[in-house]
Structure formats: C-alpha cells, structure tokens
Ligand binder design. Structure first.
Ligand code: ADP
Ligand code: MG
Length: 386
C-alpha cells in the first residue's frame, strides 16, 4: 500500500534526515515508527503526503509514484493527525470535523451529520462536545477531534505523528485503546510515529525502530522485543524488554494445561471416583454452560454420599479470555494469589494457564520469532542459544 524505495532526504543545510530508506506497509496494517527525537520520523511521514520532497528515491502509494500525483488529490486519500491537532479555534468541534467533507463538496447539513457520527466514533458526544470550541476541551478530547477530523474524508491511509504525545499517561492509554478498537473495524493503512517504545509495541502490527535516519529493525513487536537485531535496538527497547514482551504475546490454546474437569451438578461420589482413577489431586469445576465456576480438591469429594459437586466446590474468579496478553494472565495470578487461572474461549472453559506454562509460552514464542519458524515446531530443547 505504501512503499519506500531507497528514499533519502537531505535538507539544504546538509542534514541527512533520512538515509536510503526502504520498507513497505501492507493494506490495513498499522506500522509504528519509533526512535529518539531527531532520527527522521516526521520527515519520513511528511514525504508521504508531500509536505516534504525526497532528495532521491521514490514513494509509491497503491503502486503509484506519489511524485506524479496532484498533492491536493493525494492528501484527500491521506488523513493526517498531529500532536498540535491544528483545530480552527474559532470553529466549534462539530464544524471543525465537518470542514473536510464540506470542502469535498458535501452539503453542509450532510457534512455535519457525518461529523457527528465521527465524533461518536472517537468517543465524544456530539450533543455535549459538538458545540464547544477547541479551547473548551481537555487535551485528550482535542486529540479525539483531531482523529475524527482526519477520518472525515474516509481516507484509506492515516499518518499520525505523535498524536497522543501531549496528554498524560492515563488519558494516553485510554486514547490508545480507543484507537486500537477503531482500527480493528476501520482497518486503515496507518503510519504512526512515536518516541515511546511502549506505545510502539502496543499499537503496531509491525514496528520500525529508527536510528539516525535509518531503520535498525522492522518487524513484529514480539520479535523486536524478543530478538533485537542490533545492540542499538536492544538498548532502545530497554532492559525490561522481557516484561514488555508479556504485553505483546497472546495466550494461545496450546499454552494451556488441561486439568480434570467436573460439573457442578454431578454427583460428588462419581466425580471423586474419576479423580481417584486419574490420580488427580483437584479438578476445575464448570457450570452447566461449561463456564468455569471454580475448583474442588479430590479429598473434599471423597466419601460424600448423596451430595453433588456444588456442595464442595470453591469459587475462583481469576479468568482470562483466549488471546489476551500473557501480561494480563500474570497480573491475574498475582492479584488472586493463584497458581493457575481459567482461560475462556467465548465464555467456555478452554484450559488453565499456570506460571510454568506462561514462562514456556514466552520462551517458545521468542525462539520461534527469532528463528522465523512456526511456533508449533519449536520445543524448548531446540531454543537457539538456550
Ligand atoms: P523526528 O521526527 O524523528 O524527531 P525529524 O524528521 O523532525 O525527526 O528530523 C530529522 C533531522 O532532520 C533532525 O536532525 C532535524 O534537526 C533535521 N531537520 C528537520 N527539519 C529540518 C529542516 N527543515 N531543515 C534542516 N534540518 C531539519
Ligand atoms: Mg517528529
């Protein structure tokens, strides 16, 4: 969708901001460009919508060289969100958002209706915030308007230059989550600039780690964290990259243990028999919908006559959906002081995650990414360098 071919930008004063950059962003992909201040991120971005002309090399959008495109037509296909937002101070939020559709020839009424939809999409209430002026909004709300306005012409491509950089960490996390939710339905092709590695790994399908004017590594967050390609990248992602990695590695079915399972309404004696035959010290207890209720020790079921499992089961609240980041699993284990937590697949019990399995999942995925082989084919014995 966006393709850089040997792109270099040298400013008139001799500064080489971007040096022989080649990469590709697929349609619907969100790529984060991350690196310290001055490494060329904004320059990269502005060459895509032709606010800056490359010194050499070319940039293709949908296979077309953008240097041949009409800049105005080009920018209609590219939404642009910046930190300073750039809202018109004398226009209401609704009018700010409606500006582009109106300029594109939509009747004012229709443009305003569309603007109201967009404000709702980014988590604002058009009836409440729509009639305010930008300086009557919080920083987080202003950024939301910036995103709404960039989406107004429904461009296939979004360029976002540190859009959430000026808001406090709590609001920022909120905006990131909202943006991820939005992106999961809109599937725009996004270039997202940040100097914050946490933000980069959180949002990016892939991330480009910038050194001075060059990309040091361009890969999935899990790979960049698990197998930094250079010392520079290792330093940039930080010594706690293992912890960060917990946030970007999802719990998969193969990561789970399968302890014995009993049902709440089952006769206790029958459940006890099964557990004794398996030599199992405890079992997970499910309700009639196969959703986890808790657990029961085998000893509590032994010699309990006519009762059901329900009379002996102990509730356990720690649970996690399949696909959630391992970090959420670890956090739940710590919070509930539990040796395992139940993992759900659409509400139904899928297995349990234990600390050992969590550790194995983390190691296995690192090794698989590093060796670029499918995860299923890797065992701990084959971990390179382990
Ligand atoms: P980033 O967005 O990663 O902070 P920039 O792309 O803004 O970096 O800048 C990259 C380098 O180019 C920096 O050294 C910066 O000082 C320089 N630079 C940016 N704009 C200009 C300009 N108009 N003229 C000269 N140098 C510039
Ligand atoms: Mg910048």
């Amino acid at each position: 969708m966006i393709r850089f071919e040997h792109v270099t930008k040298r400013y008139p004063d001799g500064t080489t901001a971007v040096d022989d950059l080649s990469f590709e962003v697929a349609e619907g992909e969100l790529v984060t460009l991350v690196g310290p201040s001055g490494c060329g991120k904004t320059t990269t971005m502005k060459m895509v919508n032709r606010l800056i002309q490359p010194t050499s090399g070319r940039i293709l959008l949908d296979g077309e060289d953008i240097s041949a495109a009409d800049p105005v037509a080009l920018r209609r296909r590219i939404g642009y969100v910046i930190q300073q937002v750039g809202l018109f101070p004398h226009k209401t939020v609704l009018d700010n958002t409606a500006t582009v559709p109106h300029l594109l020839g939509r009747p004012r009424k229709e443009a305003r209706r569309r603007a109201a939809e967009l404000l709702e999409l980014v988590g604002l209430d058009p009836a409440v915030q729509g009639d305010r002026y930008p300086d009557q909004l919080s920083g987080g709300q202003r950024q939301r308007v910036g995103v709404a306005r960039a989406l107004a012409a429904d461009p296939p491509v979004l360029l976002m230059d540190e859009p959430f950089g000026a808001v406090d960490p709590v609001v920022r996390e909120h905006l990131q989550n909202e943006f991820l939710r939005l992106q999961s339905t809109l599937r725009k092709t996004v270039l997202f600039v940040t100097h914050d590695i946490e933000e980069a790994v959180r949002l990016g399908d892939r991330i480009a780690v910038y050194g001075a004017g060059r990309i040091e590594q361009f890969d999935t967050p899990a790979t960049v964290l698990g197998a930094p390609a250079t010392e520079y990248t290792a330093g940039f992602v930080g010594a706690d990259r293992g912890l960060k990695r917990l946030s970007v590695t999802p719990v998969e079915r193969g990561d789970l243990e399968q302890p014995p399972v009993v049902h709440l309404d089952e006769p206790a004696a029958r459940a006890a028999e099964r557990l004794t035959a398996d030599g199992a010290p405890w079992a997970v207890v499910l309700d009639a919908d196969d959703s986890p209720y808790g657990w029961v020790p085998a000893a509590a079921l032994a010699g309990t006559g006519g009762s059901t499992v329900r009379d002996h089961a102990r509730p356990m609240d720690a649970r996690l959906p399949l696909g959630a980041p391992l970090r959420q699993g670890l956090s739940a284990m710590l919070q509930h002081d539990a040796g395992w937590i139940a993992v759900l697949d659409g509400g139904r019990f899928a297995g349990v995650l234990t600390p050992a399995r969590l550790h194995a999942a983390l190691r296995r995925s690192t090794a698989a990414d590093a060796a670029n082989v499918p995860r299923g084919n890797v065992t701990l014995d084959t971990v390179p360098g382990a």
